[in-house]
Design a protein around this ligand. Structure first.
Ligand code: DCP
Ligand code: MG
Length: 400
């Protein structure tokens, strides 16, 4: 189970410091289900659920038509991978137990997942976007960030429309796009007018468009954090923005509290990480078998610590230290999530890296088996700058 070091080339030159950025987040609409509808167009307009095993594969009849399984035929412990908007209208969503879904929508069509096809469509839509705007950060199978800041087309709405058209042309699929000054807000904005929507927001739209939304809409506020916030009477992003910083610190620790405060005010200066920027080093490993977050906890923890140790070694060998530590997880369904944490000082020792990575891990909902785990160091500095006050840093890392 060897892990591979991955190095990115040097960063691209920085742009002007004060111009607001134009960052897009693009997310495919009902992705897996929509790919299935390309294959079975006769199912358009019907509730369709993707999930379950191969045995639910449609059967080809003598007259060339298909016989589809219905959700009511299902028996087992599987969960819904995704569903069409018609199925969502009946209350059926991703991650819901299939038996429960069957009670809500017994007549919905059931199709097993075909990951190979989804990966192919994923490659196609990303290539189509790259033809128009090449500064792309790949966020997994159905979403990307695009840095449109330097794009010649000044009309953001028209540019987003052009991207949507190119995606549709290349794949037959629709997507939704949010464009705002940063990744955090764009990720929220792309969801506001699904399916097929374009939402362009500026910083001054924050109070009206973002603050009324539930805090859990922020990528990085998981169900557990959202529940703890609700316990403090904080439901919306606006309430989070207005919360006293001391209250947040008391309940979430210094690091996460200051992050909560910043994001509630729409602040996020993370760059769109195309392959050429910024410089980073990472280690990742794909497991021989998918590991369960609880049952294989000891094994996962050992591998995680080992990756951090190797990453620390890579950094020291390069004479570097990192101010950002991130993790990457890929679940059994190939959904990939990443989280990262910016530190007050550059670090390159295994223990601090492990603690920072552990803190990132706590921001991910571990609801299914894992096939890959990775740790990444970015915002690299000269090793001479590493350190700061290690004692203070460890405290701030450990306390949430
Ligand atoms: N997926 C999954 N398990 C989940 C959530 C999603 O396997 N719990 C898969 C199926 C989705 C794909 O990832 O099609 C993309 O996830 P999204 O959250 O973007 O969901 P959809 O694209 O299906 O719907 P939406 O239109 O809301 O984006
Ligand atoms: Mg999607």
């Amino acid at each position: 189970m060897a892990s591979d070091p991955v190095s990115d080339p040097a960063p691209a030159p920085a742009r002007g410091a004060c111009a607001p950025r134009r960052i897009a987040h693009l997310d495919m609409d009902a992705f897996f289900a929509s790919v299935e509808l390309l294959r079975y167009p006769e199912l358009r307009g019907q509730p369709v659920v993707v999930g379950g095993r191969h045995r639910w594969q449609p059967e080809r009849l003598a007259d060339g038509s298909w016989r589809f399984a219905r959700l009511r035929d299902y028996a087992g412990r599987g969960v819904v991978t995704t569903s069409t908007y018609e199925a969502r209208a009946l209350g059926v969503f991703s991650a819901m137990g299939m038996m429960k879904a069957a009670r809500l929508a017994p007549d919905a069509i059931l199709l097993p997942a075909r990951f190979e096809a989804y990966r192919e469509y994923s490659r196609r839509f990303k290539a189509a976007v790259a033809g128009i705007a090449p500064l792309i950060e790949d966020r997994g199978i159905d979403e990307i960030y695009i840095d449109l800041s330097g794009h010649a087309q000044a009309d953001t709405e028209a540019l987003a429309r052009e991207i949507q058209d190119a995606v549709r042309e290349a794949t037959g699929l629709s997507c939704s796009i949010g464009v705002t000054p940063n990744k955090l807000l764009s990720k929220i904005a792309s969801e506001l007018r699904k399916p097929g929507g374009i939402t362009v927001l500026h910083m001054h739209d924050l109070p009206v468009r973002i603050w009324p939304l539930p805090a859990a809409r922020i990528n990085g506020i998981g169900p557990k954090a959202a529940e703890r916030l609700r316990g403090l009477g904080i439901h919306s992003i606006g309430e989070l923005a207005a919360a006293p910083p001391e209250l947040l610190q008391e309940h979430f620790g210094r690091g996460y509290a200051s992050w909560l405060h910043a994001v509630a005010h729409g602040r996020d200066d993370r760059p769109v990480q195309t392959h050429s920027e910024p410089k980073s080093v990472s280690r990742e490993t794909t497991f021989e078998r998918d590991l369960h977050p609880r049952r294989d906890r000891a094994e996962l923890s050992r591998l995680f610590t080992e990756l951090c140790r190797q990453l620390a070694e890579d950094l020291r060998r390069k004479g570097c230290a990192a101010r950002t530590i991130g993790i990457k997880l890929r679940f059994e369904d190939f959904r990939t999530v990443t989280r990262d944490l910016s530190l007050p000082h550059p670090v390159n020792d295994a223990r601090t890296i492990r603690e920072a990575a552990g803190q990132c891990l706590r921001r991910v909902e571990l609801d299914r088996r894992l096939r890959l785990l990775g740790v990444r160091a970015a915002a690299l500095h000269d090793a001479a700058e590493a350190g700061g006050d290690p004692a203070a840093m460890q405290l701030s890392l450990l306390d949430p």
